[in-house]
Write a protein that binds this ligand. Structure first.
Ligand SMILES: [Zn+2]
Length: 301
């Protein structure tokens, strides 16, 4: 019995009032229980430590992620700033483009004025070569490309126009439309009473009277084909403008150019006088077109 009795433990609960309660449990149970508790504690502490490690690793991961998020945020801010800058660049570009467009229109206006002055048309023939309007929605790069193309076209057009104008001015230089002197217009082109005799005769030029020695200038650019004394005309200069026009300057007191000289429009060529068949100091001025005298007043400006 003894050994069997030893294998059991007796637990008695003695309340104040009721009967004593008595349990008997196997004697190994406390040991097993304490080992189990020990194991549970060990397990729990391992679990906690594991949990702690997991937490630490999660925290670390979170920190890494947070750092990445911050980096992304910074990147985003940078991008936003760049976008803002690009937008303002774009705005500036649009502003510039509008400015250039305005300048192009101004150039066009000037061209039209020059056309009127020179009496010619520029190569664009009145077409406006400004940037197409209503391109506000296009990409600024497209707009820039269009603008560059337009500017390129305009440059070529202006180069051609300048050549045209130069040629035109070169031609205008040879048109005898400059008054050869200043003074009083005393006689016009056409039939008139002979001032030195009887009857009527044809006057092949105009007379401009002023004091002796008044400057006489070339009415247009040309070459001197006569310079000297001519019967009736006195001291005379004749210019060939090499475009069908010739001009004659008569009754001078002095001639200042020689045959073969090239003269510019407005260049001093003689001094007014009264040589030849003349009643007083004046210039007798003739314009010949294809060797026929024409009324100078139809050309002089
Ligand atoms: Zn005359």
């Amino acid at each position: 019995m003894g050994k069997k009795e030893n294998d059991k433990l007796c637990i008695m609960i003695i309340p104040h009032t009721a009967k004593v309660k008595k349990f008997s449990i196997p004697s190994w149970l406390p040991k097993v229980v304490s080992i189990a508790i020990g194991l549970i504690i060990l397990f729990l502490s391992l679990f906690i430590s594991n949990l702690h490690n997991s937490y630490e690793s999660l925290k670390e991961k979170y920190n890494i992620k947070a750092a990445q998020v911050n980096a992304l945020k910074a990147e985003n801010d940078k991008k936003n700033f760049q976008i803002f800058n690009l937008k303002s660049e774009n705005d500036k570009l649009r502003e510039k483009s509008a400015e250039i467009d305005y300048k192009l229109m101004e150039i066009d206006k000037l061209q039209r004025e020059l056309e009127k002055i020179a009496g010619i048309q520029s190569p664009s023939r009145g077409k406006l070569l400004t940037k197409t309007q209503g391109l506000q929605d296009t990409e600024s790069t497209d707009e820039l490309r269009i603008l560059i193309d337009t500017l390129d076209l305009k440059k070529k057009e202006l180069q051609d126009f300048i050549v045209d104008i130069e040629e035109r001015f070169e031609y205008l230089e040879t048109i005898p439309d400059l008054w050869p002197t200043h003074g009083r217009l005393t006689s016009k082109f056409g039939m008139r009473q002979n001032p030195l005799g009887r009857g009527r005769q044809f006057h092949y030029g105009i007379d401009i009277a002023n004091s002796s020695g008044t400057n006489i200038v070339a009415s247009a650019k040309g070459i001197v084909i006569f310079s000297g004394y001519k019967r009736g005309y006195g001291r005379t200069v004749i210019l060939d403008h090499e475009n069908g026009y010739k001009t004659l300057y008569a009754h001078n007191s002095k001639v200042l150019v020689s045959v073969g000289d090239r003269v510019e429009k407005g260049q001093l060529i003689a001094k007014m006088g009264s040589t030849g068949r003349s009643t007083g100091s004046h210039l007798h001025f003739e314009i010949h077109e294809n060797d026929k005298p024409i009324d100078p007043l139809t050309i002089l400006k």
